[in-house]
Design a protein around this ligand. Structure first.
Ligand SMILES: [Zn+2]
Ligand SMILES: [Zn+2]
Length: 148
């Protein structure tokens, strides 16, 4: 077989792009493959465009992942929101059962709740003060968080 471009020269390989046979002078190696000189430019350009196309697809996937992560984080944060105790419930418990310290048990203050239970809400004074403090929004739960 003779090279298409050089009738006097033997063929050394085939262009992977056009499939024709060429001598070593006509063939160029690129990315480990042989191309003829007229095709190597086109072949490399297409290869670059393929890379560019694959790169333009990847960022979209990354963006989607980022959105998913943000959503997951938001959901997690929402699920872990602080379980605020209800100001209304605490006020009602204090009004009706304040001398038993029930409102203090409700917000997790077990120690003073027992004290209130044993002393009748410090003879009613503690219960009355708690009721007022709850109403003006100064009452805190065991983690010192305000009631909602
Ligand atoms: Zn070719
Ligand atoms: Zn040739």
């Amino acid at each position: 077989m003779k090279c298409i471009n050089h009738p006097e020269r033997e063929v050394d390989g085939a262009c992977v792009y056009c499939g024709k046979l060429f001598c070593s002078d006509c063939l160029v190696e690129a990315d480990g493959k042989l191309y003829c000189k007229s095709d190597v430019g086109k072949a490399l350009k297409e290869a670059k465009e393929e890379v560019a196309a694959s790169k333009s697809v990847s960022p979209n996937i990354v963006i989607n992942n980022a959105n998913t992560n943000m959503n997951t984080n938001n959901n997690t944060a929402g699920g872990m929101a602080y379980p605020y105790k209800s100001k209304l419930v605490a006020a009602l418990l204090c009004f009706f059962f304040g001398v038993f310290g029930v409102h203090r048990f409700y917000v997790g203050k077990i120690g003073t709740g027992v004290l209130w239970l044993l002393t009748g809400g410090l003879c009613g004074v503690g219960a009355l003060i708690d009721f007022i403090v709850i109403l003006i929004g100064g009452f805190r739960d065991k983690a010192n968080m305000p009631l909602k």
